[in-house]
Design a binder for this molecule. Structure first.
Ligand SMILES: Cc1cc2nc3c(=O)[nH]c(=O)nc-3n(C[C@H](O)[C@H](O)[C@H](O)COP(=O)(O)O)c2cc1C
Length: 366
């Protein structure tokens, strides 16, 4: 690990989580954190949605909400970075304190409620990055949301697509944050189908030549019927991916931290099993036909590998970065490459769904 980062991590942990995060972003934006030299093993390269990923390990939404440091984060070795959630107009989010470190549990609870500098700021930054040719090689996706007080939920997402489809390598539609009232209702089948239709229409209008794939990010707390409904809606509306999953509102009995009962979404290690089980379910329910980005509790190459074998084409992480620092990224990619090689997989794509038991003929003949 780079010495400066070594020194910074324990110091940052003395600060309240949000202040530490703000300082980290400032240091990253100022270029204070040295970048490691990087080379990925060839078996990590993967192609999806007509895009090339140098490796399948990405930074999850919420770390770089306002697209301040995507290229610095790519420099740490992530194969892709998801900025956002970005809301149409700036909003402050919920009152502080609203982020809690559950250190004993290697977990975080947040109820930020989409603090966002808004679409205009993100468009400005992403356009400046393009114009300056500053992009590091790597994929930058944008995660879009709605304002808390909007009168037009779907209109807010349409606005996100209008502004960001020309600037992002992919778009994630966040309909699963537990911290915006009513948001998760958008996961209902009829609403989801209508939302997907309108977003695709808008995307075709603003980015006809190289349309970014549309992904929907879902909650780990969905029941069986809701899961089946989402799979059906996803298949019928032709969306290109599912991000599985957001944080959970459940609280596993194993939690030890004094913050365990703070309201909000729980992420990190205790989310791993729940979110991986949802990946397996959705992979099965969609017959493996919709690429899945697996996220929730990834803290090692073995964790990433389990999500891929459960059905994920790519993985993401956030919470483990808070506890282990950016050297974690390369540790994970190296471990993952070794695990794939151990099991005879020459490419990530060959391992996707290796633990899934799809029926040999699905209703759609795949
Ligand atoms: C502090 C914090 C803020 C987050 N903000 C967002 C967000 O704005 N949009 C989103 O889709 N997910 C957000 N997430 C959820 C993460 O993207 C991810 O789905 C979740 O944390 C599970 O991954 P992890 O266990 O690796 O952290 C946030 C998570 C944390 C910890």
């Amino acid at each position: 690990m780079a010495p400066l980062v070594d020194l910074a991590l324990p110091l940052l942990r003395l600060l309240p989580p949000e202040a530490a995060h703000r300082m980290t972003l400032r240091a990253l934006a100022a270029g204070l954190v040295p970048k490691p030299a990087l080379a990925d093993a060839p078996n990590l390269a993967t192609r999806l949605w007509r895009r090339s990923f140098r490796n399948p390990v990405g930074l999850a939404a919420g770390f770089d909400k306002d697209a301040e440091v995507p290229d610095v984060m790519l420099g740490f070795g992530f194969g892709f970075v998801e900025v956002g959630t970005i809301t149409p107009v700036p909003q402050l989010g919920n009152p502080k304190p609203r982020v809690f470190r559950l250190a004993e549990d290697r977990a975080i609870i947040n109820r930020l409620g989409f603090n966002s500098a808004g679409l205009e700021a993100a468009v400005w930054r992403l356009s400046a990055r393009r114009a300056a040719g500053r992009e590091a090689p790597g994929i930058v996706g944008a995660n879009i949301g709605k304002n808390r007080d909007t009168h037009d939920d779907i209109g807010d997402y349409v606005e996100g697509v209008r502004c960001l489809a020309p600037l992002a390598d992919y778009l994630t539609v966040n309909i699963s944050s537990p911290n915006t009232p009513g948001l998760r209702d958008l996961q209902r089948k009829s609403t989801l189908t209508r939302l997907a239709g309108q977003l695709m229409e808008e995307r075709a209008r603003v980015a006809p030549r190289n349309p970014p794939p549309l992904l929907f990010k879902i909650a780990p707390d969905l029941g069986g019927e809701e899961r089946a409904d989402i799979a059906e809606a996803a298949l019928s509306s032709g969306i290109e991916g599912l991000v599985i999953s957001n944080t959970t509102v459940t609280r596993p009995a194993s939690l030890r931290s004094r913050f365990a009962h703070e309201p909000g979404g729980l992420s990190g290690e205790p989310l791993f099993a729940l979110s991986t089980a949802l990946i397996s379910d959705m992979y099965r329910l969609t017959g493996g036909r919709i690429p899945i980005v697996g996220v929730g509790g990834v803290a090692s190459g073995a964790d990433a590998y389990k999500k891929i074998r459960a059905g994920a084409s790519l993985v993401q992480l956030y919470s483990a970065l808070v506890y282990q620092g950016p050297a974690l990224v390369q540790k994970i990619t190296q471990e993952l490459a070794a695990l794939l090689a151990r099991d005879g997989f020459t490419a990530v794509s060959a391992a996707i769904g290796a633990d899934a038991h799809l029926p040999s003929t699905t209703p759609h003949g795949l």
